[in-house]
Each structure stands twice: as structure tokens, then as C-alpha cells.
Design a protein around this ligand. Structure first.
Ligand SMILES: Cc1cc2nc3c(=O)[nH]c(=O)nc-3n(C[C@H](O)[C@H](O)[C@H](O)COP(=O)(O)O)c2cc1C
Length: 190
């Protein structure tokens, strides 16, 4: 299974981006995680010019389409997901009827040095995914005090957080299998 990870932070040493490595460390066998690294190149979405698709947006859409699943990792800015992440979700959801996000299984992870682990940003991504038709694993994983739980090699050091992230990835794996099974059944003629 190929998972595309989208870190919502542009910061070089972002916990959100470091968590891509932590996820790769805890992923079930057979799950490969790669990161979309061009978030900063995506310009602000303007519906007047949405037919002029920037190359970085083409790349994002084709990477989402080529992946079996998405792992969105969001920080929280002022109780919300960062603007650059919402902007990428908006671009990926267009044009209407051809959204790269429609039907793509996803898991959402958030983290913060604050105790609540960016839960509001996490819930915002999940809410956006209800509108984009992106099936999302039920587990809502928000890792608080992330600065105390990740080491210099980007591995999670706390057992609870390790178990929770491993469970999130296992649920994503299962969701991909369930959706593949459903679409196989739909393809069988009556
Ligand atoms: C503009 C701004 C607003 C922030 N607002 C919140 C917030 O609402 N909740 C929170 O838990 N942390 C907040 N923080 C702190 C971030 O959680 C912290 O900077 C975190 O490391 C950012 O994620 P990153 O490491 O993935 O870049 C804010 C940081 C910035 C720069």
C-alpha cells in the first residue's frame, strides 16, 4: 500500500514533518509512506483562474491519485489548520466533479507542543474531508506535548503515542482494503 503524507507545516524542523518518519517507523508491513514536499509552491487558490493549474498542483493531484491512501499531518495555528494546508486541500478538491480527494481513504494526525495536540485543526481537516468525499479513519489522533515524545531520529519515544500511531496506520490499511473490496463488488455485473 502506498501512502502519501502531507505535512501541513512549512517549517524546516516541523514536528508535523518529522512525524512522517515516525509514521514510517510504525507502519504495518507492506505500507510505504512518501511525503509531498512542495506545499510551499502551491499558490493561493483563485476560482477565476482555476483552469490555469500550477505545476505543483498538478503534481499534488497526480501524487494523490497514484497513492492508495493519504496521511495528513497538521499543526494548529490559532485553533485552526494552517492556511497553506487548507489551500492545498481546496486545490486538490477541484475541478468540481474531478476531485483527487473523492473516495481516497485518509487518516488525519495532528500534534502540538501544547497538551491538546492540535485537536481543533485535526477536526477541521476531518470536517473538510466530509465535504470532499474523502473516507477518513474514525480514530482521531492528536499527540500533545510532541516535543517531549519524539527523538533526534524522529522516532516516537512514548509507548502510548507509538501504540496510537501504529493503530491509526493499521486502521488506514484496513480502510483501504474495505474500500477496495467494496469497489470490486460494485464492478461485478448483477
Ligand atoms: C501563528 C501560530 C499560531 C499557533 N496557534 C496554536 C494553537 O492554536 N494551538 C496549538 O496547540 N499551538 C499553536 N501554535 C504553536 C504550534 O503548535 C507550534 O509552533 C508547532 O510546533 C507548530 O507545528 P510544526 O512543528 O509542525 O510546525 C501556534 C503557532 C503559530 C506560529
Amino acid at each position: 500500500m502506498k501512502v502519501l503524507a502531507l505535512s501541513g507545516s512549512l517549517r524546516e524542523e516541523a514536528f508535523s514533518t518529522r512525524l512522517v518518519d515516525a509514521a514510517a517507523d510504525l507502519a504495518p508491513d507492506g505500507v510505504e509512506i512518501s511525503r509531498f514536499e512542495r506545499l510551499e509552491e502551491i499558490p493561493g487558490f483563485n476560482q477565476d483562474r482555476e483552469s490555469e493549474v500550477p505545476e505543483a498542483v498538478e503534481d499534488l493531484r497526480s501524487r494523490i491519485e497514484a497513492a492508495d491512501a493519504l496521511l495528513v499531518i497538521t499543526p494548529e495555528y490559532n485553533a485552526s489548520m494552517p492556511g497553506q494546508l487548507k489551500n492545498a486541500i481546496d486545490w486538490a478538491s477541484r475541478p468540481h466533479g474531478e476531485s483527487a480527494l473523492a473516495g481516497k481513504p485518509a487518516a488525519v494526525l495532528s500534534s502540538s507542543p501544547m497538551p491538546f495536540g492540535a485537536i481543533w485543526a485535526n477536526q477541521q481537516v476531518r470536517k473538510a474531508f466530509t465535504i470532499t468525499g474523502t473516507p477518513t479513519v474514525e480514530r482521531e489522533l492528536a499527540i500533545g506535548k510532541i516535543d517531549e515524545k519524539i527523538d533526534a531520529t524522529n522516532r516516537l519515544t512514548e509507548d502510548v503515542a507509538r501504540g496510537d500511531l501504529a493503530a491509526l496506520l493499521a486502521e488506514l490499511n484496513e480502510l483501504v482494503a474495505v474500500i477496495a473490496d467494496q469497489s470490486g463488488q460494485e464492478a461485478i455485473p448483477a
